[in-house]
Structures are given as C-alpha cells and as structure tokens.
Design a protein around this ligand. Sequence first.
Ligand SMILES: NC(=O)c1ccc[n+]([C@@H]2O[C@H](COP(=O)([O-])OP(=O)(O)OC[C@H]3O[C@@H](n4cnc5c(N)ncnc54)[C@H](O)[C@@H]3O)[C@@H](O)[C@H]2O)c1
Length: 486
Amino acid sequence: MNDTASSLLAKVESHDALVGIIGLGYVGLPLALAFAERGFRVLGFDVDPDKVEALRLGECYIKHIDRSRVQAAVESGRFEATSDFDRLDEPDVILICVPTPLGSHREPEMRYVEGSAWQIRNRIRKGQLVILESTTYPGTTDELLVPILAGTRADRRQTDTARQPETAEEADPRRDGGNRPASRRADSPRPTDANERQPLACGKDFFVAFSPEREDPGNARFGTCNTPKVVGGVDQVSGDLAEALYAQVMETTVRVASARIAEASKLMENIFRAVNIALVNELKIVFDRLGIDIWDVLDAAETKPFGFMRFNPGPGLGGHCIPIDPFYLAWKAREHGVSPKFIELAGEVNMRMPEYVVERLSIALNERGIPVKGSHVLVLGLAYKPDVDDPRESPAFEIIDLLLGRGAEVSYHDPHIPTAPRMRSWPDLPPMASVELTASGLQAIDAALIVTDHHAVDYELILEHAPLVVDTRGVLRHRNGKVRRA
Ligand SMILES: NC(=O)c1ccc[n+]([C@@H]2O[C@H](COP(=O)([O-])OP(=O)(O)OC[C@H]3O[C@@H](n4cnc5c(N)ncnc54)[C@H](O)[C@@H]3O)[C@@H](O)[C@H]2O)c1
C-alpha cells in the first residue's frame, strides 16, 4: 500500500474520512444515515432539488425510514445534502447509488452511472476511493467507471453541462449552481476542467471498487448494517480500502476477488429470485387447472427441512430490481454470444401474470353475469410489495391499464400511496387518488382485486361488504364463496 492509500485507510479507520453519496434514494439515503450514525461525516448529492431541500430541513421522503433518523443526522452536523456537484472533490470516499433502469429495448440504461462518473472525473483528486453500488452488468466498474475516472476515455465533451444531463440546474433552470454552501472545506482544491488535469492512476492515486446494495425496503429483520456486504476491488488495494470502509459500518463484509465477481453476485441473487418466482407463478396456473390451491401446496412443501426454498406467486413482478436486473446479464451475455434462456423465459412468464389476473377477474365477474365493460373494480394495493410506498414497476399499473382498456371503471386503495404517481411506462393512465375503504363504498363495487397484501388494509371489512374478492396474494384463503384466486 502506497502513502496515498495508507493515509486514506487511516482516515477510514479513524472515521475521519468524509463519505460522499451520489443518489439519495431508497439505497443512498439509508446508507448515508448508516455512515452518519457510525460517526462519519456524510455529504449526500442528488440532482433532485426537492429531495435535497427536504433533507436539509431534516425531513424524509421515504416512508419506511424514520424521519427522526434524518433529523438527528442533520442536527448532529454529520449529514448534509447538496445539489452542488462541484463539491465532489471534498469526500474521501464516494459511493454511487444512482438508478440503473432498462432502456426501451431492455438494454442497460447507463446514463446515470456514466453521468456520475463524469461528475466525479471533473473534480477527482488524489486519495479518493470511488465505489459503485448501483446494480449493473459484470464489467461495468472495470470497463466504464475506471476509464472515465482515469481520464483514458474521452468520448464525451468535457464541459460540465454536457457531461451531466441530470443536474439540478437542468431539472430546474432557476438553480444556477451559484448557491455553494459556505461549509465547503477550506482545504479542498477548487475543481478544474478535466482537460487540464493530469491523469491519475487507478490503484495508485485513486481507488475503485464495486459493492452491490442488498437493501430490502421494509424488511424489519435485515437492514443496511446487518445484511452482509459483498465487496470487490478493481485491484487489491482498492478492494482492501473498500472492505475497510464497510467494516466500520456493516456487521459482516464479504470480500471477493474482483469487482466483476461482486457485480455478478448481485445479478445471481436477483436472477435466482426472478426464475423461482416465474416457476411458482407457472405452477399456480397449472395447479389451479387441476383444482389444487397453490398456497396449500407451498405450505406442505416448505415443511421439508432441506433442499426447498419457498417463493410465493403473485400478480407479476415489481420493484426496481427483479423485473430489471436479470436483463442486464442477458444483454451482456448476448454481447458474448450466449443467450441465457432461463432469464428470458422467467421474464416471459412473469410478464404474463397481469394478463392472467385480469382474465381470472373477468371469469369471476362473468360467473355473476357481469361483463368487465362497465363493471367497477377496486384495486387493493398500488405498491409493488407489502408495507412500502414504492410503486416502481408495480404490476398494479398494468392491471389497471388492462381493465380500463376493457371498459371497466377502476379505483384503487393503498394506505401508503395517497395519489398515483405518473409512471413512465403508463403515461396514459388517468390521475387517480386512493379511495377510503368504507362499507357503503365496498357495497357499490362489483369486485375488489387484491394486488398488494399491505398489512394496514382491513381485509375483514372487504370480505364482509365487497360482493366479490379476487385474491392474487393468498390473503383470504379458505374464506367464504365470494373469494376467487388469481
Ligand atoms: N430500491 C432497492 O430496493 C434496491 C435494492 C438493491 C439495489 N438497488 C439498486 O440501487 C440503485 C439505486 O436504486 P434506488 O432504488 O436507490 O433508486 P432511487 O430512484 O430511489 O434513487 C436514486 C436517486 O438518485 C438520484 N439521481 C439520479 N441521477 C442522478 C445523478 N446523475 N446524480 C445524482 N443523483 C442522481 C435520483 O434523484 C434519486 O434520488 C439501482 O441500481 C438499483 O437497482 C436498489
């Protein structure tokens, strides 16, 4: 380890290192709080001025994160949020937690990661450790991040605005970036243009690693600090430094030999889930044809103490990870001439589920002599999983779209999502707001459709007053004749 690395290691171990976090969403914010709560100073960066403003006021925009944690971190002076990316030269360590969605052809959309890399590159200084946490295809850290940071990739214009399409200034032109907080450290060098910079060497002057985020929002048992953290560096020293950093905050760190292994391990975990969910969704359809309840089958199968892991069927995949991440690997595999069949097949089966649910609902309405057209359906749950306020990729939107397309009147109830956000994939959905659950309201609908099994929903009230309940989550199993599985 050279002097640059040794002095960074000393700062990390004494908790004197300033931790920068780019992207203060579901992943970045809990991570920022974890570091601040362990005594690190944290500087969070986000392009969304509303988020930055909320955090500065000690407020929290993520429901399952206790506001008091944000307030305490801000009041302690250890956590500050900013949209001023010129301050990226201040942190000793920078964690990148920006989105990695899919493009319109299911290809990796890397512009957020790339944008962050250029932002860092333009301010990079000797002695910084950069760790990518966003889920991505194996090779991203080595092939995309390092060349940009090292200045060996110059295929984009080197001006700030061209480099970062997602800045706060661009999101809101009134913010001209001239509001640099007075707290900027006096000893931090002023940023200069990347063209004027001497190239810095990765592994010597700056350090790079990948560590996949395993955040499971709403999980009461496993949070940021007690979920083992996989870490892989692009070289030995980078890996050592990243491992040392996480060891200050996480109960368990799992060191792997390379960034690529760390990247691949995250995809392995999510592909495993996607494939198993597809399997159980398919078996649900098969067993239903055979007159067998999948939930009874699962209860029996999971009594096997070895060799079986339970996955539950549902109305389709949701969230930022499972519907998206597998295709990152499929894309990379195709680049190398391999076509991973399980990933594509699982995607196909899971993507058909909303259609299946609507079909089952149509049959149940038909049994009562009610056509879908003109029927009133109450969708229960908009979030992609129980007890969270996250609607991303939720199958509820496709189900609503299909029902509206067939002429149904649709309303929804979700205790965690008071108004339906505008979704990029469903731009034509009408604005909707969560309706109250009342006896008279339930009596006025034709069917309630359970899409998300939030615990805060009064299912007994629904069972008592709704004329028909179609259940995709096994909430009302073995209940009276008005419940249908889907
Ligand atoms: N949400 C999860 O449960 C979860 C779990 C594991 C891994 N991940 C992965 O972590 C990454 C982040 O996911 P997330 O759920 O936190 O996303 P998110 O959308 O909740 O948060 C991302 C944040 O980054 C900000 N942002 C976007 N572009 C930016 C830029 N160029 N510079 C600075 N900030 C920028 C956005 O404003 C937003 O606040 C993704 O790769 C995701 O796949 C997410």
